[in-house]
Every structure is written in C-alpha cells, then in structure tokens.
Ligand binder design. Structure first.
Ligand code: ADP
Ligand code: MG
Length: 591
C-alpha cells in the first residue's frame, strides 16, 4: 500500500482514543476548560456515568461566536501565547479535547461571552461524529455549556471497552471530585444519575478537603506546610492511626492540576514507612507549587503525569515535610483516635485496657458485651484479667502441637514449648485475626451470623459516592450481620454489627468496606467481595500487638489456633506462628 495522509476525521478519532479513553476523561477535559475560562461556578450533570450524556455548565469568559468553529478544530487553542511549551499555567494547552470529543460523540457547544465583549446573546456549534455544523444563534446564559451525547457512538471499538455505567459513573465522579479538590475557589455542583453527589460553595482548601473527604476523615488530618527554593508543599496528611485499606484517598495537586504521579506517591509511602503497617495506606491531600518552568506537564495526552526538572529535590522536600509532621509527639497531633492505631507497636499502658475503652470513645455507643456468644473474643481468652507471672508449666504441653505458653515477648509474640521439644513463636495479632475471620466465615456459611443490634445506632459520615456504594450492598452486608441504612446525604446509620465484632469501631469497619468495594469494582462476584469483606472485618477485631496477655489467655489462643482451619497464616497470608524443632535449635547452636 502506498503511503497516504489520514483524513482529519481519522486523525481526530485516533486522538480521541488517546485523550478521551472513557467518559471520565471527557468530563475531565470539559471541566478543565471551564476552570481555564475562569469560571466561578461549574455544574456537571452525568447520565449513565457520562456514556449517554455529559453536560458541563460554567460562568467563565465564554467563546466569541467567531471563534466557535476554531474551538472545535484540532490543535486550535487560546492558551499558548508562545509555542515553547514552557510556563504552562492553564490546565489545557493542546487544543485536542473538543475535536476529539466531537469526533467520537455528538457535541453541542453553546457559549456567550460576557456582555462587555460586544457580543449580544449566545451562539452554538454542533459536531457529530466529526461532522462540524454551522454556528447559529441560540438562547444561553453568559459562559459556556458543553453537552456531549452518546459518547463513542462514532467509535464502536472504544464503546466495547466501556465498563458498566456504574463503574464509569464512579470514574467520572472521581474526575470531578479531583478537580473540585484542586480548585476550591470555584463553586462545584455534581449531579450523577439525577442524584446530587456534591454541591459546594467557593471555599478555602481546608473546607473543600473536609467537604470532599468527609468530616470524619478530615478530623484525622494533620496540616503540612513546607517551602524551599521556590517550591512549596501545603495541604494535609492523615495521622498514622487513620490509615486506610487502599490508596483511594490520596490526592496530589501540582500547580493547580490534579495529578497521578508515581514520584509523589512513592515519597508519601516512604514518609509513612515506619509508622503504618505494610498494606495500609495514608490519607493525603497535598498541593505542590513550583515555578512553571521546573515542571513538564506535556508528558501524556491526559496531562495527569508530570516530569519534574529536579525530581530528587521534590522527593526530598515531600518526604522531609511529612516525616516532620508525623514525628510530632502523640497528643500534639489532631488524631481523633489514637486508641484505634492499627497494630502499631506503641507502648500500651502497663495495666490492661479498661474493659470499656473501646466503646467509650465519642461517637461510638456500642453496647457493652455480655459473656454469651463470644467465640474467640477477648473475654473468653481472659484478656481482661491482669497479667500474670510467666511460668512454664510443662504438664500443659501434653499432646498439643503448639505446646504450652512460656512467655510473651515485646507484648506481641507468645513463646510456647511443645512436648516434642520444639519452640513455637506466635504473632498474637495475626493469629487472632485468622481466628476471628474463620469464626465469621463459619457463621456466614451456615447462614447464622449473629447480628448484635446497637443500643444507640451509630451515624457515620462518608463522601456521597462511598455512602451510595455501601448502601447498594446493604442486603449483602446484612448477611454478614452488618445492618446499615441511609441517613441523609452522605451519612449512614449503623443499626447492628456482627456479634463477633461488637467492640470494634463501626465507623472504621464501614470505611474499610467502602474502600474494599470501590477497589474491587463490579466485575468481582458478590461472593468474592463478601470474602474480602470478612477478612477486613476480622482485621478490626483482633488482639492488637502490644497487648499484654496472661498465661491463661496465651494458652486459650494456642488451643483455638489448633482447632481452626487455615490458622497457620493470617488473612494477609503472613505466618501466624513459627516453629523451631529441637533438631533445628541444636543445629543453630552447632551441637
Ligand atoms: P485546549 O483546552 O487544550 O486549548 P480544547 O479543545 O479543550 O483545547 O479547547 C479549545 C479552545 O476552546 C480553548 O483553547 C478555549 O479557547 C476554548 N474553550 C473550550 N472550552 C471553553 C470554555 N468552557 N470556556 C471558554 N472557552 C473554552
Ligand atoms: Mg481543554
């Protein structure tokens, strides 16, 4: 075949595949245009996650009638004064979004510049599958309204790769969420599937973060502020005790642009390395500002990746700023809930925790436990008894593979001696997590999860999309003993928790489940999701490392492990115990 030039239409369709790979990307481009136009207020309306309709309305500068045709033309932009591609201060600059959307969908652009620009009334232009229509007068308010219908109808190959409307809606809502976080000075209203997801006034960054992350999450945030050589880092990071199951609540804004940047993600991870357990993720809403010439945003068509001129400098600044915030002595930070610190080896009080500690925290009114139906709970293990002397009782080791407890080390590991002479070391948290999970699973499989109604139901605040996702699973969760219902926008009322988890933090459980569901997506079968949910639940109700155990408690733990399937690993796959046989010990000592 001879070489020939592709038609403009084909070029646009190819570009559409790159710039607009799913509805979320179209939404992002249109909202970026509105922000670039200086909008004070932006409204986004989505139907079917944007697949059937996206509408973005702004009150920005508008597009003059004689420029409408140019706006939808490829590589036409009002945003690059010179063509050096340095010092890019706008979100857009490639002039690709509108022609790409017009090539893949039915685009209507209605715009009316503000009156002082000498134009009366609004004008519109339509682009359908790449065919550009005439500019014509129409009704419209000052600003711009972009309407996208039937996205990808002209590019069926792309349409095939769309996920369900629910999954696309999640992604599209998240795009608007990220831009709203990055532009707190602009009022944002998002309506998806006729539901108001958020409706936020112009506000400062702290208020926007609180509104978008939910009050409860925001209460666990610590302010960050650092600057060096013209580079400034501001915003918030979560206290170590408020880590999450996924990285979904990490957002970075660089020079006003929401980005997904591996360098910044990694810097965050390094800063938290020593304070949260592996597999947990900090919350962060961070803004980095640096001179525009120190940054290349033209790395990827979607403009969410960056290149820093001095990557090491930026990494160092971020790590040191966050490490400093996290190093503040406990009590000086605003962590609401130090008691819930997951598995942190923070020294516990020498005396055992008062029995009521876990339900006396503000906002939590779980009913005091009764002795019945506890399974492997703390009371059965005798955890509330005072610590006793650690004396080896050889008789107790009879016939038990995991032996008899000898001592507890670092308030974390149980040391036991088996009758065959081997030494057993048990990770008490990991072991208890598995026991709880297996008990819940057995109850669940038998259809007999015992739900414990709360004396005073607990209300938990969420970002609206998380609340909706949880409520969508309400009947499945009820089978797990977790009874929830809607309680106004973004709030969920917890009526009952699984009896095995009654002392756990209901808010923490729900937050983790929301993240689990957001992460697992719809493709996963309900059973698989419930299985993951069970593991998460178990994690919330386990003997923390750092809790001192009495001999009787240690023995009960060992016996329960012997009686429980899969007890050799915790639900994260880590071993719950190590066993050194007499022969191995002798070899180690060179005997
Ligand atoms: P880019 O944003 O990269 O310039 P687009 O294809 O997204 O490219 O938009 C092309 C041009 O149309 C923009 O440069 C801008 O001048 C104009 N435009 C698009 N959307 C708006 C809007 N909402 N308000 C004002 N002008 C707009
Ligand atoms: Mg643009």
């Amino acid at each position: 075949m001879p070489i020939r030039r592709l038609s403009a239409l084909t070029v646009n369709r190819i570009a559409a595949g790159e710039v607009i790979e799913r509805p979320a990307a179209a939404v992002k481009e249109l909202v970026e245009n509105a922000l670039d136009a200086g909008a004070r207020r932006i409204e986004v309306i989505l139907e079917d996650g944007g697949i059937t309709r996206i509408e973005v309305i702004d009150d920005g500068c508008g597009i003059p009638a004689d420029e409408l045709a140019l706006a939808v033309e490829r590589h036409a932009t009002s945003k690059l004064a010179d063509e050096a591609l340095v010092r890019i201060a706008t979100l857009g600059f490639r002039g690709e979004a509108l022609p790409s959307i017009g090539a893949a969908a039915k685009l209507t652009l209605i715009s009316r510049p503000h009156a002082q620009n000498g134009q009366d009334g609004a004008y519109q232009i339509k682009v359908c599958g790449g065919a550009v229509g005439e500019v014509a007068p129409c009704a419209g308010a000052a600003g711009t309204r972009a309407i996208v219908q039937d996205l990808f109808y002209a590019t069926p190959a792309r349409k095939k790769f769309l996920r369900s409307p629910g999954a696309e809606a999640d992604a599209a809502e998240k795009s608007v969420w990220r831009l709203a976080l990055a532009a707190p000075g602009t009022a944002f209203r998002l309506v998806s599937h006729s539901r108001v997801v958020f409706d936020l006034p112009a506000q400062d960054f702290a208020a926007r973060v609180a509104a978008l992350l939910g009050r409860e999450t925001a209460a666990g945030l610590l302010p960050v502020a650092a600057s060096r050589d013209g580079v400034a880092l501001t915003g918030f990071v979560g206290a170590a005790s408020c880590s999450r199951a996924t990285a979904a609540l990490q957002s970075f804004v660089v020079n006003g642009r929401p980005v997904v940047d591996p360098l910044l993600k990694m810097a965050l991870r390094v800063a938290y390395r020593d304070v949260i357990p592996a597999g947990r993720h900090p919350v962060a809403a961070l803004c980095l500002t640096l001179p525009a010439e120190a940054l290349d945003v033209n790395v990827h068509p979607a403009k969410t990746e960056l290149r820093f001129a001095d990557a090491n400098f930026v990494r160092g600044l971020v790590i040191s700023a966050i490490t400093r915030v996290l190093a503040r002595p406990a009590g000086l930070d605003s962590a609401p809930d130090a008691a819930a610190a997951p598995m942190l080896a923070a020294p516990m009080p020498a005396a055992p925790m008062p029995a009521s500690a876990s339900w006396q925290r503000p906002g939590l009114n779980l009913r005091a436990p009764t002795a019945a139906a506890r399974g492997f709970s703390e009371a059965e293990l005798g955890l509330l008894a005072p610590p006793a002397a650690r004396v080896f009782e050889p008789a107790a080791a009879d016939n038990h593979p995991l032996g008899a407890p000898v001592a507890q080390i670092l308030d974390t590991y149980v040391l036991a001696a088996a009758a065959d002479g081997s030494l057993v070391i048990v990770d008490q948290h990991a072991a208890h997590e598995r026991l709880t999970e297996e008990r819940l699973r057995a109850e669940f499989v038998a259809g007999a999860v015992v739900a414990q109604p709360l004396l005073v139901p607990v209300v938990v605040d969420f970002a609206p999309s998380d609340a909706a996702r949880l409520l969508g699973q309400a009947s499945a969760l009820a089978r797990l003993g977790l009874e929830i219902e809607a309680f106004g926008p973004g709030a969920i009322l917890v009526r009952a928790v699984p009896a095995a988890l009654r002392e756990a933090d209901a808010a923490g459980i729900l937050r983790d489940l929301a993240e689990e569901f957001a992460e697992s997506g719809e493709a996963e079968a309900l059973e698989a999701r419930l299985d993951a949910a069970l593991a998460r639940l178990a994690c919330h109700r386990s003997v923390r490392a750092g809790r001192r155990l009495a001999v009787a408690e240690m023995a009960a733990l060992l016996r329960a492990m012997e009686a429980t399937p899969r007890a050799a690993t915790c639900s994260h796959g880590r071993p719950t115990f190590l066993k050194l046989s007499r022969a191995e010990l002798e070899r180690l000592f060179g005997r």
